[in-house]
Design a protein around this ligand. Structure first.
Ligand SMILES: Cc1cc2nc3c(=O)[nH]c(=O)nc-3n(C[C@H](O)[C@H](O)[C@H](O)COP(=O)(O)OP(=O)(O)OC[C@H]3O[C@@H](n4cnc5c(N)ncnc54)[C@H](O)[C@@H]3O)c2cc1C
Length: 326
């Protein structure tokens, strides 16, 4: 079944002021005011299973003028995966996953082979949790985001894609080797450094469904690696968060230059570094914020300052809780 969207506010925010209804928090089926309607959730959707499904949808849109919308997980913060009155294309069932132990790449100039890398090809519906498990099974590290339900080949990659490992390994778009995409003229294309190079360039930054429906993405992966994790938090109060944010602003550029990345907030930092680092040196790197956190200790609520090591895919997903990021 075509599910709803991650952000419950989307429907209200993009609705007309006169086309909203308020539901009771105690009983969501009870209407408090206004007239409830379908809102921005499409009446009709296509569960995309092949390039041909997309080609048929594009032909339908050309013939009828009906707008198309494109959704993988529905996580888009601006509601761009839902359009009022559109025919929705839903890609979640495209779950192909293939591992390439040696994937040839070229520089795109004269087509000569430039290197051989490890890579994975992920269908457009594969989410980060599934991709991390698959990477673990193949003993490689996927550079990905924090939320287990965001799709790798959908909005995460197309809008840039940042990871706790990005300071050393780049953003999601930096790691793509090839897209398979149906463009609005209905043609299934490969876009890589040698084939449709201009489209390949545009797809790595234009965002969302700007150039068509991506069916799968082939992404460079790294060997499995240990990680060092520094997790620091303290009980927030009305006065202790702003000074902490100022410390983070002062320090975070140099941490990123050393290869540390991860979510930072007004009362926590959860930073990850590829490789096993000396824990005393790690403690020194973060001594300024660790000292600050210790100073915020309250009775029966001890501050939490810890440093540990872990495996790559598990940690990238499990030590950066999705609610803390973004
Ligand atoms: C809890 C949470 C945690 C997050 N953590 C991170 C993070 O750590 N790093 C990070 O970089 N971002 C993060 N994000 C942001 C997330 O990457 C974006 O919201 C992303 O756009 C979601 O992509 P999606 O395909 O899953 O969602 P959707 O809402 O389904 O799609 C997002 C956009 O991509 C388009 N799209 C989807 N699939 C395709 C396709 N196959 N072809 C073409 N266009 C497509 C849609 O039309 C829409 O415009 C997070 C978001 C949330 C809600």
């Amino acid at each position: 079944m075509y599910p709803g969207f991650f952000h419950t506010y989307n429907d209200g925010c993009v609705s007309n002021a006169t086309d909203r209804c308020l539901l009771s928090p105690d009983d969501p089926s009870a209407q408090v005011s206004g007239a409830c309607s379908q809102g921005v959730v499409s009446d009709y959707y296509v569960e995309v299973g092949s390039a041909q499904d997309v080609q048929t949808a594009f032909a339908f849109a050309r013939r009828t003028g009906v707008a198309l919308s494109l959704k993988a997980s529905g996580h888009d913060y601006l509601g761009r995966s839902s359009i009022r009155g559109s025919l929705a294309l839903w890609t979640r069932t495209l779950r192909e996953m293939n591992y390439h132990a040696s994937y040839p790449t070229s520089d795109g100039g004269n087509g000569t082979l430039s290197s051989v890398v490890h890579a994975v090809t992920l269908g457009a519906g594969v989410n980060l949790k599934e991709a991390y498990i698959f990477a673990d099974q193949n003993n490689v590290t996927l550079i990905g985001g924090s939320s287990s339900t965001v799709t790798v080949s959908g909005g995460w990659t197309l809008f840039g894609g940042h990871s706790v490992l990005s300071p050393l390994y780049g953003m999601g778009v930096d790691r793509v080797l090839e897209f398979k995409i149906v463009t609005p003229d209905g043609i299934l294309r490969n876009a890589n450094a040698q084939e449709n190079g201009d489209l390949f360039w545009a797809l790595r930054g234009a965002g969302g469904a700007a150039f068509g429906v991506v069916l799968s993405t082939t992404i460079k992966v790294e060997p499995a690696m240990p990680l060092t994790v520094a997790a620091i938090s303290f009980p927030p109060s009305p006065t202790n968060q702003l000074p902490f944010l100022e410390l983070l602003i002062d320090e975070s550029v140099s941490w990123a230059a050393e290869g540390w990345g991860g979510p930072l907030g007004s009362s926590y930092a959860a930073l990850v570094h590829p490789g096993l680092l000396d824990l005393n040196a790690t403690a020194r790197t973060f001594s300024i914020i660790a000292d600050y956190a210790r100073g915020q200790q309250q009775p029966r609520q001890p501050s939490n300052v810890s440093s540990s090591t872990a495996n790559s895919n598990a940690t990238a997903s499990s030590t950066a809780p999705s609610t803390l990021v973004d």
